[in-house]
Design a protein around this ligand. Structure first.
Ligand code: FAD
Length: 364
C-alpha cells in the first residue's frame, strides 16, 4: 500500500512554537536516524533525543574507524564515523530536530487528545515533550548514569568518563561516586598532583578497601552521606552546594555513579519484555503500549546496521499511517490487533487449565 499523501515540512517552520511533536525518537543510532528522516520526509515534525553529545550510536562510539563491509551500496566499505555522519546530515537536511546530551527518563500518558490520538509526555533529563508517537531506538548497551543537577549547568568541565587528567594537573577536582571506577578516577587525579574530594552518597564507599586507603594516603578527602544539591559557575570554576550547606569550588567534576542498563529503562517504561530482556513488539513494531514503537537492537536478534535502518523506516511508516490515514486504511491493523488479543486470551486460558489440572491430579 503506497502512502496516499506526502507533504514536506516547511523550511521556515518554527519548531519552538509547536504544541506537540508528531514523533519523538529516543536514540540517534542507525535505527533512530533512519526512522527520523523517514517521518520528516513525510512531513511529520520529528524530534530525536540522544543521551550522548553526538549522533551515530555504536558505529560512531564503538568502531568509528572500522571499515564496515556488509552495507549494500558500499563495495569499498565505509567507516562507522562516515556512515554516522552521512545519515545524520540526511536527517538534518530533512529538518529533523535534535537534542543531544539528553536522556530519556519516562514516557507518561496524558489526557490530551489530538485527532483521536492520546498524546504522550516524554520526560528527559532536561525537560519534557508532548508527542503523538514515540519510537524507542536506544539500543541495548549500557550508558553512564547522569546527574541532572550538573547537566543543567552545561559545563565542559563535567565529565562522565575520565578526561585527559593532564589538562587539570594540580587543580581541585570533585569525584562523585563510591565504586571502584570513582576511586580509580580519584587516584589518577592525585597521581597528577591534583586535589580530590570524593563525594559519596552512602555512609561508606563500596569500592575496594585498598584503593580507598591509597586515596586517603595520597591526601584525597572522603565526604560520605554527601550529595550535590545545586551547582553554579564561580568564574572558570564550578561551585557545588553539598548536603549540610557545605560549599565546594572545583575546576572539574568527574561523575562515576554506575551505568544505566537498557533493561532498567525498559522496565521503567512499563513495556512487555521478552525472556532475554528485549522489548516485545507486534508485526508493526509497536510495543505493548499503544503509540510506542521499538526498533533496532532493542528487540531483535539480528543486530546489524542495515536491519536497524530497515526497522526504523518500517516503524516510521506505520507511525505515519496511524497519524495520517483514515480509519479504513488501518482496518487490517485493527483486525490484526484483535486477533492478537484473542490469541493472548486463548493462551492464558490454556495455561490456567493446565495449572488447574495439575492441582486436581491426586498425588500418586
Ligand atoms: C564492535 C561492534 C562491531 C559491529 N560491527 C558491525 C558491522 O560491521 N556491520 C553491521 O551491520 N553492524 C555491526 N554492529 C552492530 C550495529 O552497530 C548495531 O546493530 C546497530 O548500531 C544498532 O543500532 P541501534 O540504532 O538499534 O542502536 P545503537 O547503535 O546502540 O544506538 C542507540 C542510541 O541511543 C542512545 N541512547 C541510549 N539510551 C538512551 C536514553 N535513555 N536516552 C536517549 N538516548 C539514549 C545511545 O546513546 C545511542 O546513540 C557492530 C556492533 C559492535 C558492538
Amino acid at each position: 500500500m503506497s502512502d496516499f499523501k506526502v507533504t514536506e515540512l516547511a523550511a521556515d517552520l518554527d519548531f519552538s512554537a509547536l504544541p506537540y511533536w508528531d514523533v519523538v525518537i529516543i536514540g540517534a543510532g542507525p535505527a533512530g536516524l533512519a526512522a527520523s528522516l523517514t517521518t520528516a520526509h513525510r512531513g511529520l515534525t520529528t524530534l530525536v533525543v540522544e543521551a550522548k553529545d553526538k549522533p551515530g550510536g555504536q558505529p560512531q562510539f564503538l568502531y568509528a574507524d572500522k571499515r564496515i563491509v556488509d552495507i549494500p551500496g558500499f563495495p569499498d566499505g565505509v567507516t562507522g564515523q562516515e556512515i554516522s555522519e552521512r545519515t545524520y546530515r540526511q536527517a538534518v537536511d530533512a529538518l529533523v530536530q535534535f537534542r543531544f546530551n539528553e536522556e530519556l527518563f519516562a514516557i507518561e500518558d496524558t489526557n490530551q487528545v489530538e485527532n483521536d490520538d492520546p498524546l504522550k509526555r516524554v520526560v528527559t533529563s532536561k525537560g519534557s515533550y508532548l508527542a503523538r508517537k514515540v519510537i524507542i531506538a536506544c539500543g541495548l548497551l549500557h550508558y553512564p548514569r547522569q546527574l541532572p543537577v550538573l547537566d543543567r549547568l552545561g559545563s565542559r568541565n563535567v565529565h562522565y568518563k575520565i578526561p585527559k587528567i593532564g589538562d587539570y594537573e594540580g587543580r581541585r577536582v570533585a569525584v562523585v561516586g563510591g565504586g571502584d571506577s570513582a576511586l580509580d578516577a580519584a587516584l589518577m587525579v592525585l597521581g597528577r598532583r591534583g586535589e580530590v574530594d570524593l563525594l559519596v552518597r552512602e555512609a561508606m564507599p563500596v569500592g575496594k578497601a585498598d584503593s580507598l586507603a591509597r586515596m586517603k594516603a595520597a591526601g584525597g578527602r572522603l565526604r560520605t552521606s554527601s550529595e550535590i544539591g545545586a551547582a553554579e559557575f564561580a568564574g572558570e570554576d564550578i561551585a557545588l552546594s553539598l548536603t549540610g550547606d557545605e560549599r565546594l569550588v572545583v575546576s572539574l567534576v568527574i561523575v562515576q555513579i554506575g551505568f544505566l542498563s537498557a533493561k532498567e529503562t525498559f522496565e521503567r517504561l512499563q513495556l512487555r519484555l521478552n525472556d532475554d530482556g528485549s522489548i516485545t513488539i507486534d508485526p508493526y513494531f509497536e510495543t505493548s503500549r499503544r503509540g510506542l514503537f521499538a526498533v533496532g537492537d532493542v528487540h531483535g536478534d539480528i543486530k546489524l546496521i542495515a536491519v536497524a535502518w530497515a526497522e526504523g523506516i518500517q516503524a516510521a511508516i506505520h507511525a505515519f499511517k496511524e497519524i495520517t490515514s483514515p480509519y479504513w486504511l488501518n482496518e487490517k491493523r485493527l483486525r490484526d490487533q484483535k486477533i492478537a488479543m484473542i490469541g493472548e486470551k486463548i493462551a492464558k486460558f490454556a495455561m490456567e487449565q493446565k495449572k488447574q489440572k495439575r492441582i486436581e491430579r491426586p498425588a500418586s
